[in-house]
Design a protein around this ligand. Sequence first.
Ligand code: ZN
Length: 66
Amino acid sequence: MLANPEPLVVTGTLLRTSGAAQVAVADCPNCSAAHRHLAVGLRTAPCGATYIVRIPEARTGLSVAA
Ligand SMILES: [Zn+2]
């Protein structure tokens, strides 16, 4: 019984706003919608999906938890 499989890894896009950063996930693996998160790493989407958000670019210098 695989009750807790390894979370999916999705690619996020870094959004820069004034004084804050967000990570946008363009295609949620659960609902195919776009979600925004305040950090990368293991996140739970508003639709209930759990995934690991990663940004493919080089280090941005942001203090987001990986
Ligand atoms: Zn979703």
